[in-house]
Design a protein around this ligand. Sequence first.
Ligand code: FAD
Length: 300
Amino acid sequence: MKITELFAKKKPTISFEVFPPNELYSLDEVFSVIDELAKLKPDFISVTYGAGGSTRSRTVEIASKIKNQNHIEALAHLTCLGATEKEIDSIVEELERNNIENILALRGDYPKDGSPVKVGNFSHSCDLIKYLKNRDFALGGAFYPEGHQDTNDLLDLFNLKIKVDSGVDFLISQIFFDNEQFYEFREKLKKLKITTPLIAGIMPVTNAKQIRKITSLCGCTIPEKLRKILDRYENNPKALKEAGIAYATEQIIDLMTSDIDGIHIYTMNKVEMAKKIMESITNIRADFEGEYNEINRAVK
Ligand code: FAD
């Protein structure tokens, strides 16, 4: 099923992001992460592409498992920077052969060490979105409530309008820790008559060093309340995990209560964390879905 069809049936959707094997997780481990996440009955699971040191070739294989073995909708991330049309065609055809109906169309990051990018056919995500538009996929794109690091906020908003006009069907946000920033951004989109469904990307903080690195790379604000948590529990991983999950859960509940189209949890392949969050919102989710018994059984 296309994610666009999901939106017609329920709101908010709850989904997870996983990444393919890397130096920390073998393929078997990623598969078992997915099996556990599937028990929590997300509306879809997305798989990153080449991010965080993972190999690109595994994205289709993992998305295929999610869709064809776990019978959960899969969203395959796909980046286009440095890719040729032929390379994109080959991945997209593989996705089609595996019945994957959803693609998150992204540009990708320039190498952090400044090394040159292979010359390809795409400069921005909107080029990929336009290129894929004649295929039968629901297409998602990324958005940045606090702006994208390469551009100023106003220009990024203008470029987001181009992305939307290129035919994107839904948007998933960069991580953010201050819901007010998200709501302010949503208001700006409304003024621009952008009505594309917005999915809020939430990352529970479980590692202070990692979150400081991520936020400095993507330029997202750490509010005072979260900063205090990081400072206080930095050297106590168990306490930090508890506080980080509670913080993310609070963000999610506020978003769900504020008319959000979807919540996407960046699980970092950590099942326990996703499980705890889902347990904490069982009744809230059921309130939206009327599926209390089924979900309750799943999180037990
Ligand atoms: P774009 O939409 O192309 O935007 C990039 C920059 O170019 C912005 O500053 C924008 O303002 C500007 N721009 C956009 N269009 C135009 C235009 N027409 N003319 C001029 N300027 C323009 N990375 C991975 O490698 N793998 C992943 O799996 C992955 N998953 C992600 C999932 C989400 C939800 C998010 C938010 C990010 C993800 N990323 C991933 C990171 C992403 O690749 C980077 O943030 C990248 O820097 C930008 O990608 P984009 O698709 O937003 O690019």
